[in-house]
Design a protein around this ligand. Structure first.
Ligand code: FAD
Length: 549
C-alpha cells in the first residue's frame, strides 16, 4: 500500500505533560537560537487532554522553568490553598495522623485538572508552531534498513471493519518520519513495548511496576462543611485495601464546589478476587468520605495506571533516533504520587539534548545520550534517587513493610538493602478462594455509580465496527487455566467491564469482550497473570473524552 510520508525534525508521540512541555521547550529554544525546526506531536485522543487523567496536585517546579508567566498565559488552576491531612481508615472510623511526612506536604503546589492543563499546553504548543495532530494513534515504530535506528512512527489505518476489511471511509495511516522520535506514551506504552523488546531498553533493569486508579470529579453541595474545612488535600491509607495491599485514597478540593476523589491500588496485589472498582466504591462509602460528598453528583469518572517502579526501573533513555520521557521512562516519584512535574522536566531535558544532538548530526544515540547525563544532573535525579526504594518497601507485607519504609526514610532512600527487589505485577496473584465478595449495594446512579455508568461518565466512545484492539494470543487459556486458577481476574481488575465471562451455558465458560468500553488504562495488560492480553491502540480518536478530571 502506498502511504503518505511526512517528515519532521522531531516527532513527539503522545500529548501528555512530558511531550507537551518537551515540544514547547524545543520550539522556544530553537527560536532563541534563530533555528528553524519542524516539530509535530501526535495524540490518540480526539483532542489534546481527552485521555489525560491524574489526581492532580501539580508541583509547579517544571512549569515555572518552562513558562515563568504561566498565570498570565491562562494556566487553568483549580486550587492554590493546599493544606494536607493524612488519615488511617478502618472500616468505620478514621484516625488523623498527627504528623504528615515531608514528602506528602503540598504547600506551594496547585490542584489542577490534567485534562484541562494538557489542553491548555496544547494551545501554547500550537501558538509556537508545533504541528499538533490529535486523533492519530502511533501503531508501529519505523526503523531504517539496519532495523536498529528509529526513523519515526506509522499512524493507524482508519475505516477498517471488524473482519479487517476496508470500509468506504478507509484512510491509510501515515508514515511520520523524524530525525528524532520522542516516546511519551505514559504508563505501559504500546510502542515502547515493541521498541523495548527490539532494542533491549529494559535489559538488566528491574521489571516496571504499576498502580491503577479509579478517579472521579464530584460536585458537592455548596453548603458542604468540607469547603470551609482546615484541610483541602486528604490522603488515606488502610481501609478498604488493608495494610498488605499497596495504595490509598485521595480527595482534593477543586473550584466550583468540586472535589477530585480517587483510589490508587498497587498492581502487585495478591488476592485474585480484589476488584479495584469495588474497592473504590467502598472507599466512597467510608464515613470520612461519604460525609464530604453527601448530596453530591459524579460529573466525570475515569481510570488510569501510573508507573510506580521509580529510579531502578528506568529503561535506557536514548537509542539511535529516539528518546523516552515521562511515565514511559518510569520517571514518576511514587513516594509523592507525583509524576507531572518530573514528566515535564524530562521532556524539557530531552528537548535540550535533541537540539544539541541535531546541531552535531542527525540524532544518533551517542549524541542523544546527553539526555541521560542532563537528567542525572537535574533535580529529577535528586528527587527520584532519594525515593529509589520507596515503592519496593511499600510492596512488602506485614511488619517488613514498616521496617523497610522506616529504614529507607531515615537513610535517605538507601534502606536495608539497596537496591531492594521489586515484585512483578503479573506474577503476584496467588490462587486462593475463588468467590469474590458481594458487590457494594445501594448505587443510586448519581453519586454512587456502577461500572457501565462510569464508562458513560468518562465520555468513552469508539468506532464499533473495527478490529478488536485487545489481543488475546491464547483464548483457550482464559477459559481453562485462568478461569480454574483465578476465576478470570480480568473481569474484576478492568474498570470498564470490557471483559465478561459468560457462565450461563453448560460446559466451559465463554469469554466476551466489550472493547468499546475500554478506558485505555492498560491495567489488563499489566495484571493479566498469564500475560495473555496485549493492548494495542484502537482507531485514532477513540477512547475516553475527559475534560475536567
Ligand atoms: C489516578 C492518578 C493520580 C495521579 N496523581 C498525581 C498527582 O496528584 N500529581 C502528579 O504530579 N502526578 C500524578 N499522577 C501521575 C501523572 O498523571 C503522570 O505521572 C503524568 O501524567 C505522566 O505524564 P506523561 O506525559 O509521561 O504521560 P501521560 O500523562 O500518560 O500522557 C501520555 C499521552 O500519550 C498518549 N498516547 C499513548 N500512546 C500513544 C500512541 N501510541 N499514539 C498516540 N498517543 C499516545 C495518551 O493518550 C496520553 O495522552 C497521577 C496519576 C494517576 C493515574
Amino acid at each position: 500500500m502506498q502511504r503518505e510520508q511526512l517528515e519532521f525534525d522531531v516527532l513527539f508521540v503522545g500529548a501528555g505533560p512530558a511531550n507537551l512541555a518537551g515540544a514547547i521547550h524545543l520550539k522556544k529554544l530553537a527560536q532563541q537560537k534563530g533555528q528553524e525546526i519542524e516539530v509535530a506531536i501526535i495524540e490518540k485522543a480526539a483532542s489534546v487532554g481527552a485521555h489525560s487523567l491524574s489526581g492532580a496536585v501539580l508541583d509547579p517546579r517544571a512549569l515555572r522553568e518552562l513558562m515563568p508567566d504561566f498565570r498570565e498565559k491562562g494556566c487553568p488552576i483549580e486550587e492554590t490553598d493546599l493544606r494536607d491531612a493524612v488519615f488511617y481508615l478502618t472500616a468505620e472510623r478514621q484516625v488523623r495522623l498527627p504528623y504528615v511526612p515531608p514528602y506528602m506536604h503540598n504547600e506551594g503546589c496547585f490542584v489542577i485538572s490534567l485534562s484541562k492543563f494538557c489542553a491548555w499546553l496544547g494551545t501554547i504548543a500550537e501558538e509556537l508552531g508545533v504541528n499538533v495532530f490529535p486523533g492519530f494513534a502511533g501503531v508501529e515504530a519505523l526503523y531504517d534498513e539496519s532495523g536498529r535506528r528509529v526513523t519515526g512512527v506509522r499512524t493507524g489505518d482508519k475505516g477498517v471493519n471488524k473482519e479487517g476489511k476496508r470500509k468506504s471511509n478507509f484512510e491509510p495511516g501515515v508514515d511520520l518520519l523524524a530525525k528524532v522520535t520522542v516516546f511519551g506514551e505514559g504508563p505501559k506504552g504500546s510502542l515502547i513495548r515493541e521498541v523495548g523488546k527490539r532494542l533491549g531498553l529494559f535489559d538488566g533493569q528491574m521489571p516496571q511496576v504499576f498502580e491503577t486508579a479509579v478517579k472521579e470529579v464530584i460536585e458537592i453541595p455548596a453548603a458542604s462543611r468540607f469547603l470551609s474545612s482546615p484541610y483541602t488535600v486528604l490522603h488515606t491509607f488502610g481501609y478498604p485495601l488493608g495494610l498488605n495491599t499497596k495504595g490509598g485514597g485521595f480527595l482534593y478540593r477543586m473550584k466550583e464546589n468540586r472535589v477530585s476523589l480517587g483510589l490508587v491500588v498497587g498492581l502487585d496485589y495478591e488476592d485474585a478476587m480484589l476488584e479495584p472498582y469495588q474497592a473504590f466504591l467502598r472507599f466512597k462509602k467510608h464515613p470520612l468520605i461519604a460525609d464530604i460528598i453527601r448530596g453530591g453528583k459524579v460529573l466525570q469518572q475515569g481510570a488510569k495506571t501510573l508507573a510506580a517502579g521509580g529510579w531502578y526501573t528506568m529503561p535506557r533513555l536514548a537509542v539511535d533516533g529516539a528518546v523516552f520521557v515521562g511515565d514511559s521512562a518510569s520517571l514518576l516519584n511514587v513516594q509523592r504520587l507525583k509524576g507531572i512535574h518530573t514528566a515535564m522536566k524530562s521532556g524539557m531535558l530531552a528537548a535540550e539534548a535533541i537540539l544539541a544532538a541535531l546541531a552535531r548530526g542527525d540524532g544518533r544515540a551517542a549524541d542523544l545520550e546527553s539526555y541521560r547525563a542532563r537528567l542525572d544532573g537535574s533535580w529529577i535525579q535528586s528527587e527520584l534517587y532519594a525515593a529509589r526504594n520507596f515503592g519496593q518497601a511499600l510492596s512488602r507485607r506485614g511488619l517488613a513493610k514498616f521496617v523497610a519504609l522506616g529504614a529507607q526514610f531515615v537513610s535517605g532512600g538507601r534502606g536495608l538493602v539497596d537496591p531492594m527487589k521489586i515484585r512483578d505485577d503479573a506474577g503476584s496473584l496467588t490462587p486462593g478462594h475463588l468467590a469474590p465478595s458481594a458487590p457494594v449495594a445501594d448505587l443510586d446512579g448519581r453519586l454512587y455509580v456502577d461500572k457501565l455508568t462510569g464508562v458513560y461518565l468518562s465520555g468513552t466512545q469508539h468506532e464499533e465496527d473495527q478490529p478488536c484492539h485487545l489481543l488475546i494470543p491464547d483464548p483457550n487459556l482464559c477459559v481453562t487455566r485462568c478461569w480454574n486458577t483465578f476465576r478470570s481476574p480480568c473481569t474484576r481488575f478492568c474498570p470498564g467491564q470490557v471483559y465478561e465471562m459468560d457462565t450461563t451455558e453448560k460446559g466451559a465458560p465463554r469469554l466476551k469482550l466489550n472493547p468499546s468500553n475500554c478506558l485505555h488504562c492498560k491495567t489488563c495488560e499489566i495484571k493479566d497473570p498469564f500475560k495473555n492480553i496485549i493492548w494495542t491502540c484502537p482507531e485514532g480518536g477513540g477512547g475516553p473524552g475527559y475534560s475536567i478530571v
